[in-house]
Ligand binder design. Structure first.
Ligand code: 13P
Ligand code: SF4
Length: 359
């Protein structure tokens, strides 16, 4: 039964004590979140992975790229465990290292050597990858003078990149890239999209030369379900509603919302509301339902009427958490996530640049 499962997790957790730390992303189901020592957005969890040097194991209740990042940022003797190896991210899978390297070569053919700054000291292109990408991609970025961002620091990171380069190649999420660059005043006409299945990504050479941000053709299947029609309906049915959406939503949705930001920005907006209010939220359902339960004084609902969990986040079931913890008690590490040494050094560089650039 569920009760037995939770009891097993508690017993194993107690046994392991300080030897283990459990990190949980906001999108995890409540049955998992209740066991986490630390719950946060992807940036906060990356930082948290650096802040528990005494834990022998970090059990990461999230998705694969987050566990890889924790492995990169944690100490050399710390092990990172992902309770279900099938917990990936469909958006991260939309940019493979081969496709990104091929893109880079094609850009070099058009723009000239990408490792040579111009007379102003600016590189032709700075690669910026969203945290939601493989360690191999982060390694590519690190090797080529680039940086990682999350949804909470994308603007700061783009400013970092524009201080060093003429253009940004942003992957894998076109929406985070477009929404952030647009808010910074970059014209939409200078943001061509790169579709890895087409020559030159589907753009013309002159579009790429004149670009400021080249957007990779990736998206989140959960967040692209949100529409402006849902926002219109929420406003019609709930006068005075505050609409807050995640920047992985398409641009028209972000434009029609009152506010937008990372999962933690959404959480803080609700926690900061002193008077009872109605909130319509455009992000993953587990977080929305938890916020609704934690703040009964407010009316909080998801913009999408059809429940939309992130199916891969949802793979972390308490049964897997119980299993990995019990194996740790028995002295065996299962489902360990490790990044190979050749990728780890440049990937760490790209992550360290992000941590240093983010206040
Ligand atoms: P944040 O936690 O950075 O808001 O990202 C959400 C997300 O989609 C993680 O996959
Ligand atoms: Fe990936 Fe979207 Fe799930 Fe986040 S919510 S892990 S971006 S599929």
């Amino acid at each position: 039964s569920d009760d037995e499962l939770h009891a097993r997790i508690r017993v194993a957790r107690e046994e392991l004590g300080e030897r283990v730390v459990i990190l949980g992303h906001f999108y995890q189901r409540d049955e998992v979140v209740q066991h986490a020592d630390y719950v946060g957005d992807s940036f906060q969890l990356a930082r948290a992975a650096t802040e528990h040097p005494n834990a022998e194991a970090i059990v990461f209740c999230g998705v694969h790229f987050m566990a890889e990042t924790a492995d990169l940022l944690s100490g050399p003797d710390q092990e990172v465990v992902l309770p279900h190896l099938g917990a990936g991210c469909s958006m991260a899978d939309m940019a493979s290292i081969d496709e990104v390297e091929d893109c880079w070569e094609q850009l070099e053919d058009i723009l000239g050597p990408l490792d040579e700054p111009d007379a102003d000291g600016l590189a032709p292109v700075i690669p910026v990858t969203y945290m939601n990408s493989s360690a191999a991609i982060k390694g590519f970025v690190g090797r080529n003078g680039g940086i990682v961002c999350t949804s909470s620091n994308a603007r700061t990171v783009l400013e970092w990149a524009f201080a060093r380069g003429r253009r940004v190649l942003f992957f894998p999420d076109q929406h985070l890239g477009r929404n952030t660059a647009k808010a910074m005043g970059v014209p939409l006409t200078s943001m061509p999209m790169w579709n890895p299945r087409q020559p030159l990504g589907g753009s013309s050479a002159s579009e790429l030369v004149g670009s400021r941000v080249i957007l990779w053709h990736g998206f989140c299947s959960v967040h692209r379900r949100f529409t402006t029609a849902q926002i219109d309906k929420a406003r019609a049915e709930h006068p005075g509603v505050r609409v807050i959406v995640h920047p992985e939503c398409p641009m028209p949705v972000v434009d029609a919302a009152d506010e937008w930001g990372s999962t933690d920005v959404i959480r803080r907006a609700i926690e900061g509301a002193t008077e009872p209010q109605t909130f319509a939220i455009g992000t993953e359902i587990n977080l929305v339902q938890r916020l609704a339960a934690q703040h009964p004084q407010h009316t909080i609902f998801c913009l999408d009427p059809v429940v939309c969990p992130c199916s891969t986040m949802y793979r972390i079931h308490p049964a897997y958490l119980a299993w990995v913890l019990e194996r740790l008690v028995a002295g065996e590490t299962v489902n360990q996530i490790t990044v190979s040494d050749d990728v780890a050094a440049p990937a760490r560089l790209a992550l360290d640049r992000m941590l240093a650039a983010t206040p």
